[in-house]
Design a protein around this ligand. Structure first.
Ligand code: AMO
Length: 444
């Protein structure tokens, strides 16, 4: 018989079905055994009357929670069963894989008369056994939501004439700033892991592809131990040509995110609220924008926040967090574009205005940076000069070549998929990834 999903099975009482999944819960008593079977679509109770089915007793008594089984049986409607008002009466149970006692507690277990309370294992311990941790409904929902986020953005861009590219992650020169880059052995020389697809996104513009995006791994050799930094994350990057200004880039991003959140709210809003206690809010357009200098003034006026003179060219973490309160109070919005960063704090490839201010932005969502974007400098001579100013001209020689043989004006941005997931579901980054990588974490 073909495998049937649990969600479909419980809708068809009277049907004979073949189900497969994990044992989510098990109660084995003298005359009856109840087990809850779980697959990607839901859970169902399997009820075994031991006297009637003595041949199943052995299989049942060997079972442990998280074992994997196959069940052939009949779906029966039963109002006494809380779960779906239906149960499965098995005729055969095949044990596919027995689980040892679990090494982690995925959730806190309250004390009973017989047993002491069990605390939930910490996230680092849970990551040691991430495959077991990922079996929870919350984690499976997290992965489904992340899929929906990326899919909604991909669909949106495909409809806007974008193409998807796949750029190399092994590169011969450090991208971006030269710092925070992982060096790897590459035969008899060194290579680097890409810190961003930046240079290749722009190569695609010089190649005349006009509108491109990429979803791929990004590596950062940063020794940061915060709840929003990882050494390897998934970047959603895009770049497009013939923009009039950085405003076009910001508008594209706002429309893209509003579309994505609308889709996620429709598909998963209710389940996200139940599982994570947080609401998916579809943002209104346009998103509020403020220049960095003005933001510091506003934060000082509203909350007495003062920034050190030396930090004024960049957004401090505290200001980033406070800006969430400010943008909510002032605009009733969760997003804030911040423009007007100091040239010394930004990448050499940002185009600068007549005052030398980079024509780029950061996008802050719920008080955390999720994007850097900009109009790029596409004029070879100017770009070369800006690279020289930052002592990068030698390193980026190959990149500068992209601009010598014709290149349209263009801009783009990079979004952190893990950061977005984390903010959407109110998690830390370690919880919001399939498998976290940090300075002290290379396994499993
Ligand atoms: P940036 O370095 O700001 O810009 O990165 C873009 C976005 O990637 C995410 N991000 C991270 N997520 C988790 N852990 C990290 N260590 C980490 N670092 C960055 C953030 C960030 O906003 N080339 C430019 C983009 C561009 O201009 O197109 C760039 O890489 O969400």
């Amino acid at each position: 018989m073909e495998r049937c999903y649990i969600a479909d099975a419980v809708k068809s009482p009277g049907q004979r079905v073949f189900l497969q999944g994990f044992v989510d819960n098990l109660r084995d008593s003298k005359y009856m055994a109840f087990l809850v079977l779980k697959d990607i679509t839901g859970k169902v109770q399997v009820t075994i009357e031991k006297e009637k089915l003595p041949e199943l007793c052995e299989a049942v008594s060997s079972l442990t929670e998280d074992s994997v089984i196959s069940v052939t049986g009949t779906v029966v409607a039963n109002d006494y069963v809380k779960l779906n008002g239906a149960e499965v009466i098995p005729e055969e149970i095949r044990v596919e894989s027995i689980a040892d006692a679990l090494p982690i507690a995925r959730r806190a277990i309250p004390a009973t008369k017989k047993k002491k309370a069990v605390e939930r294992s910490g996230i680092d311990q849970r990551i040691d056994y991430r495959w077991i941790d990922l079996r929870t409904e919350e984690n499976q929902l997290m992965i489904q939501v992340q899929t929906a986020m990326v899919n909604a953005m991909r669909q949106y861009l495909l409809a806007e004439n974008f193409v998807e590219i796949h750029t190399p992650k092994l590169i011969g020169a450090a991208s971006e700033s030269g710092a925070d880059v992982f060096e790897v052995k590459y035969f008899d020389r060194n290579a680097y892991l890409a810190q961003s697809p930046q240079f290749y996104k722009q190569m695609a513009m010089a190649a005349g592809l006009e509108r491109i995006f990429e979803v791929g791994p990004v590596f950062r050799a940063e020794k940061s131990y915060t709840n929003r930094h990882t050494t390897e994350f998934t970047g959603f990057d895009l770049e497009f040509s013939y923009i009039r200004s950085c405003q076009d880039v910001m508008d594209m991003e706002a429309r893209l995110l509003a579309h994505m959140l609308k889709e996620v709210a429709q598909q998963y809003g209710e389940r996200i609220r139940e599982a994570f206690g947080t609401q998916v809010i579809v943002p209104t357009l346009p998103f509020p924008v403020i220049a960095l200098h003005d933001l510091y003034e506003e934060l000082e006026k509203a909350y007495g926040y003062q920034v050190e003179e030396s930090e004024k060219g960049d957004l401090t973490t505290e200001a980033e967090q406070l800006s969430y309160r400010w943008v909510q109070e002032k605009y009733g919005h969760e997003f804030l574009f911040v423009t007007g960063f100091g040239a010394e704090k930004r990448a050499f490839y940002h185009m600068r205005d007549e005052n030398g201010v980079p024509m780029g932005y950061d996008l802050i969502w719920r008080g955390v940076e999720i994007t850097t974007g900009a109009q790029r400098e596409h004029r070879y001579e100017v770009l070369k000069k800006q690279a020289e100013e930052k002592n990068l001209a030698e390193d980026v020689k190959f990149y500068l070549e992209f601009f010598r043989y014709g290149c349209p004006p263009h801009g783009g941005f990079g979004l952190g998929v893990d950061r977005m997931t984390m903010l959407l579901l109110n998690l830390t980054i370690k919880d919001a990834m399939f498998l976290f990588r940090g300075p002290n974490r290379l396994n499993p």
